[in-house]
Ligand binder design. Structure first.
Ligand code: ZN
Length: 70
């Protein structure tokens, strides 16, 4: 199980994307869709900002949730 929270990426937002461990690309895509939809205009983010967020998503997803349940 992969979980990524919008809060992990520095947003004050309770959205989270979840999915099977084998579908981390899917989880990443869900999170990127959410950010593009909800936060892009609000934060006036550049393409570079989005790329940084994408790489942070990769890091969070690769380390797991840290809750010990995996
Ligand atoms: Zn959000």
């Amino acid at each position: 199980m992969k979980i990524i929270k919008c809060r992990d990426l520095g947003f004050n937002c309770d959205f989270m994307a979840t999915g099977a461990a084998s579908e981390s690309d899917d989880v990443k895509q869900k999170m990127m869709d959410h950010i593009t939809e909800k936060h892009l205009s609000e934060k006036d983010m550049s393409k570079e900002d989005l790329e940084e967020i994408a790489s942070r998503i990769d890091i969070v997803l690769s380390r797991g949730c840290g809750c010990g349940a995996l």
